[in-house]
Design a protein around this ligand. Structure first.
Ligand code: NAD
Ligand code: ZN
Ligand code: ZN
Length: 362
């Protein structure tokens, strides 16, 4: 048993509490990882707000981390102690019919298939003050040591700086891949990205790499728009500067709507607006943002009848164990600069301050 610190969420709506937890030794097929760095993704905040009622509390959140393998359970072959790894909030078992389908990146063994917050054998490796603590997305990166199933760990290049590439565990890969894999943005096309936080800014980078000639960033926070411009957005608009609906503004700006639109906020209204903003016949809209469990979106069916395509994207469409290590190599080759997404670096003891910065749009 390892005793270490972790940020524990005891109940919905309560700040995290950094305290000592016990991390149990491994069962077969598991990997124990010393987490070196972790990002904060809005999905962690959704968890704290209570958007996922099936997920148990207390829980150790965090799913955008990077670390070093401390020990491996029986039968683990793909990593060994000392390897640098990125925990995968979307696993890749490599054996299920979805993993075997080259067009799918959703693994049927995933915790999402049966939304719960324990390891695959329905037990937890964490305890705190004598109570069982839940895992989050099988990775719980807000702990100094965490236990992860082998299918949710990717070995990465030993030269990778863990305090930078942790972002490839979720936010960066999600937005970048939504443009490259899910939308398959074509050179010369026009794109609109709704919400340019960590995920949306990464979508802007993906659109740029794919050769889009016009990238319109949409956000209500002008500081985010300035950052989007730095990363490749050609136009930046704040919906609050207009009286008319943003889909009308975009349609006027582009003639017939954009070729590709992305929703990286997580609101029903902006999802409907993003759909209406793309070309009525050939437009593709990609939903990335997450709505609270049980939410509904209301749209005019004519929006789809005329030909638009509405798609969702989970972790940017990457087959995670195959692709995240390759993305790390591309990072090391400077094919993109995800470091520009890093605004603050804090010790884990200040994790609540990190969430305050996220909520304040900083
Ligand atoms: P973030 O909070 O950093 O960014 C959201 C941005 O949206 C902010 O810049 C905010 O100012 C802007 N915004 C809020 N309301 C707006 C409005 N009405 N109009 C325009 N802009 C508005 O969040 P993030 O970490 O980038 O995550 C974005 C969304 O993606 C979240 O819902 C998150 O849960 C989801 N997500 C999905 C996946 C996936 O695999 N599909 C992965 C990661 C995150
Ligand atoms: Zn995330
Ligand atoms: Zn699988």
């Amino acid at each position: 048993v390892i005793r270490c610190r972790a940020a524990v969420a005891w109940a919905v709506g309560k700040p995290l509490s950094v305290e000592e937890v016990e991390v149990a030794p491994l069962k077969a097929g598991e990997v124990r990882v010393k987490i070196v760095a972790t990002g904060i993704c809005r999905t962690d905040d959704h968890l704290l707000e209570g958007s996922f009622p099936n997920m148990g509390f207390p829980v150790i959140p965090g799913h955008e981390g990077a670390g070093i393998v401390e020990s491996i359970g029986e039968g683990v072959t793909s990593v060994k102690p000392g390897d640098k790894v990125i925990p995968l909030c979307l696993p890749q078992c490599g054996e299920c019919s979805f993993c075997l389908n080259p067009e799918s990146n959703y693994c049927l063994k995933c915790h999402l298939s049966e939304s719960q917050s324990l390891l695959p054998d329905k037990t937890s490796r964490f305890t705190c003050r004598g109570k069982q603590v839940h895992h989050f997305l099988w990775v719980s990166t807000f702990a100094e040591y965490t236990v992860i199933p082998e299918c949710a760990v990717a070995k990465i290049d030993a030269a990778a700086p863990l305090d930078k590439v942790c972002l490839l565990g979720c936010g960066f890969s999600t937005g970048y891949g939504a443009a490259i894999n899910t939308a398959q943005v074509k050179p010369g096309s026009t794109c609109a990205v709704f919400g340019v936080g960590g995920v949306g800014l990464s979508a802007v980078m993906g659109c740029k790499v794919a050769g889009a000639s016009r990238i319109i960033a949409i956000d209500i926070n002008k500081d985010k728009l300035a950052k989007a411009k730095e990363l490749g957005a050609t136009d930046c608009i704040n919906p609050r500067d207009f009286k008319k609906p943003i889909q009308e503004v975009l349609t006027e700006m582009t003639g017939h709507g954009v070729d590709y639109s992305f929703e990286a906020i997580g609101h029903a209204e902006t999802m409907a607006a993003a759909l209406a903003s793309c070309n009525m016949n050939t437009g593709v809209c990609v939903m990335i943002g997450e709505l609270a469990a049980g939410s509904l979106i209301s749209i005019d069916p004519m929006l789809l009848l005329t030909g638009r395509t509405w798609k969702g994207s989970v972790l940017g469409g990457w087959k995670t164990r195959d692709c995240i290590p390759k993305l790390v190599s591309s990072y090391l080759e400077k094919k993109f600069n995800s470091d520009l997404l890093i605004t603050h670096t804090l010790p884990i003891a200040k994790v609540n301050e990190g969430f305050e910065l996220l909520r304040a749009g900083k």
